[in-house]
Design a protein around this ligand. Structure first.
Ligand code: AMP
Ligand code: MG
Length: 422
């Protein structure tokens, strides 16, 4: 057992995490696997797109110079999509063409079949035609050499479509971090397997943290909880460290005699970056590195574990994936009634948000105990109070990290409680 040497401030801890967490290497992944990831490089067009002049409608390609109403045309060939016509168009001639078909030599306009006497060997024109009508010009979408997608862009359906039009089968992205989640504690039982014996509780942290890691976009898995036993911890943590970019444990990281996570980590060669943050909940959080692997030892209390994931692990995962732009929104909130913070640590207070004339009003979700899992289900945001100040006065602006982004994305609707729209 060891006592905290020195607690650092929350912003310093976040900076240390980010400084010690590089982006992951670039990987070229099949188009659809890139969905939701950030492009690591600019993507350029290799050729003009569309690659050839083609028809926007079903009808006839002809010369606009011949296109007087009442004129009869002879149909000399056809040009369905994928099969260019053999012949060109001469005076008084036309070629049957379908959407996407290559505009034949000599033609400078396409008339819709609806504007003619109909399909046949010959037809009569019912409407005049202008040069260029119903044509899609080569290169009107993108030009050879253009940057069609910028590095940093999040890949979605539209980006995938554009890349595919240019023949790309893969896209360069920052690969997803492999995350392993491991709960520690001899009291923990796998939910759904058996009933609890006296003193036992179900492991909830590894499921919560796994959900958070997946929500952040990582490739994550959990393992069955390890008991507070040096050999069991060494085996479980050693396995996790050798198979992941990021290991997230919960529990066993404080100053109790059974808190063996930190000593085991150091034995396994993890270098400590920090241990202990002036934060409530989450004081005993540990962060370290071993080679390319990042290790987060989160406290066992369920609220502390989830809050520490939000504050430290999520930003690290986003950075690894080149998604620094995807940090949780930070907004200014105020309290109607002053709140105290006598802890000498920053209180990340679970609050509800209500939109009012004066801005976002925050209200504590109720008791703030770090074991109260139910309280998290009610929180829209974490209001950051202290550590310098001893609280926030009524009406004073306070920074808050928004957990339920839909709440602020929906925008302020006066007098409405954020939760009402959920
Ligand atoms: P620890 O940090 O290991 O001292 O744990 C602090 C508190 O969190 C204790 O009450 C533990 O029983 C509880 N706890 C630890 N790990 C978990 C977990 N995986 N799921 C639910 N509660 C946990
Ligand atoms: Mg424990």
């Amino acid at each position: 057992m060891q006592l905290f040497e020195k607690l650092i401030d929350h912003p310093e801890a976040v900076s240390l995490v980010l400084e010690n967490t590089p982006r992951l290497p670039v990987a070229r992944v099949p188009l659809v696997e890139a969905r939701g990831l950030a492009l690591a490089e600019d993507v350029r067009a290799g050729f003009d797109s569309p690659p050839f002049d083609n028809s926007a409608v079903d009808g006839y390609a002809l010369r606009s110079a011949d296109a007087e109403v009442g004129q009869t045309f002879r149909v000399v060939d056809e040009a369905p999509a994928g099969h260019p016509a053999q012949k060109g168009v001469g005076e008084g001639e036309a070629i049957k063409i379908f959407t996407g078909g290559v505009v034949p030599r000599g033609a400078d306009a396409v008339v819709m079949v609806e504007d003619t006497s109909g399909w046949g060997e010959a037809f009569e024109l019912k409407k005049p035609a202008k040069a260029g009508q119903n044509l899609r010009a080569a290169g009107e979408d993108v030009r050879a050499g253009d940057v069609i997608l910028r590095a940093g862009t999040e890949v979605g359906g539209a980006e995938i479509a554009l890349a595919a039009t240019q023949g790309y089968g893969k896209l360069p992205v920052y690969r997803k971090p492999q995350v392993v989640i491991l709960s520690t504690g001899s009291e923990l039982v796998e939910p759904g397997t058996r009933e609890l014996s006296p003193g036992e509780i179900f492991d909830s942290n590894s499921f919560a943290l796994l959900a958070q890691a997946l929500e952040a976009g990582a490739d994550a898995r959990r393992t069955v909880a390890a008991s507070d036993d040096a050999d069991a911890l060494r085996a479980a943590m050693g396995e996790a460290l050798s198979s992941a970019d990021v290991v997230v444990t919960s529990g066993g990281v404080s100053v109790g005699q059974r808190d063996l996570v930190k000593s085991t980590l150091l034995e396994l060669g993890v270098e400590q970056v920090f241990w202990g943050v002036k934060l409530k909940p989450g004081k005993p959080v540990f962060f370290g590195t071993r080679g390319d692997t990042r290790f987060f030892g989160l406290p066992g209390n369920p609220v502390s574990a989830m809050v520490c994931f939000e504050l430290f692990v999520r930003p690290a995962l986003m950075k690894m994936m080149g998604r620094e732009d995807k940090r949780r929104p930070r907004i200014e909130v105020y309290f109607d009634v002053g709140v105290e913070n006598k802890f000498g640590r920053m209180h990340a207070m679970r609050v509800n948000l209500t939109s009012t004339e004066k801005g976002w009003r925050a209200e504590s979700v109720g008791a703030q105990g770090s074991g109260l899992v139910s309280s998290l289900t009610k929180a829209d945001a974490l209001a950051l109070i202290g550590p310098e100040s001893e609280g926030a006065r009524a009406g004073e602006p306070v920074e808050a990290i928004v957990l339920r982004e839909e709440v602020v994305l929906a925008g302020p609707q006066r007098g409405e409680k954020a939760g009402d729209r959920r």
